[in-house]
Design a protein around this ligand. Structure first.
Ligand SMILES: [Zn+2]
Length: 170
């Protein structure tokens, strides 16, 4: 069985699709709408003409599953609706029994997808490991393992920032 890929705008901005000569790409309409840059829009149009790129809508159950997973990894505060739909689409396709790979350059998308057991590829090669987030106070450096962004520092009240605890392996 040939591979299928769920790809985001970042994957289409890169020339990654040109290096993959077999298999079908799936994405959402929102992702295609994000392509304002001409070479990537051209690549997407060409792939659609060749019937190698198809726009689909994720199942409602998969959207719920993606939101749940994003809440667990702490990525929910930065993932957009488009990101959630894309992860959900990968989940839908794997539920249909497809051998799916999610291709994205967004670390939060990759992290949540991996958490759901979805195979991932990062065309930029930056994502190597699961990310655990921590909140760090920019004023007093107080740290907490909580994953929700937007919390105030319990020591000094400054809004805390999210940092990756475990950096990618080189
Ligand atoms: Zn503080």
């Amino acid at each position: 069985m040939s591979r299928t890929y769920v790809i985001d705008a970042g994957a289409l901005f890169s020339t990654w699709t040109k290096r993959v000569h077999e298999g079908v790409f799936f994405t959402t309409t929102d992702v295609v709408d994000e392509l304002r840059n001409r070479p990537s829009k051209f690549r997407a149009d060409l792939l659609e003409v060749l019937d190698r790129l198809r726009e689909e809508v994720p199942a409602t159950d998969s959207i719920r599953a993606a939101r749940r997973a994003a809440a667990e990894t702490g990525d929910d505060s930065i993932l957009s609706e488009t990101d959630i739909d894309l992860i959900a689409l990968a989940h839908s396709k794997s539920q249909e029994g497809m051998s799916i790979v999610l291709v994205s350059t967004d670390l939060a998308v990759l992290n949540t997808a991996r958490h759901m057991g979805i195979e991932t590829v990062d065309p930029s090669g930056k994502f190597k490991d699961d990310i655990k987030w921590a909140l760090i106070c920019p004023a007093c450096n107080h740290r907490t393992a909580a994953s929700k962004a937007g919390l105030e520092c319990p020591v000094c009240g400054t809004p805390m920032r999210r940092r990756a605890l475990k950096k990618s392996r080189k």
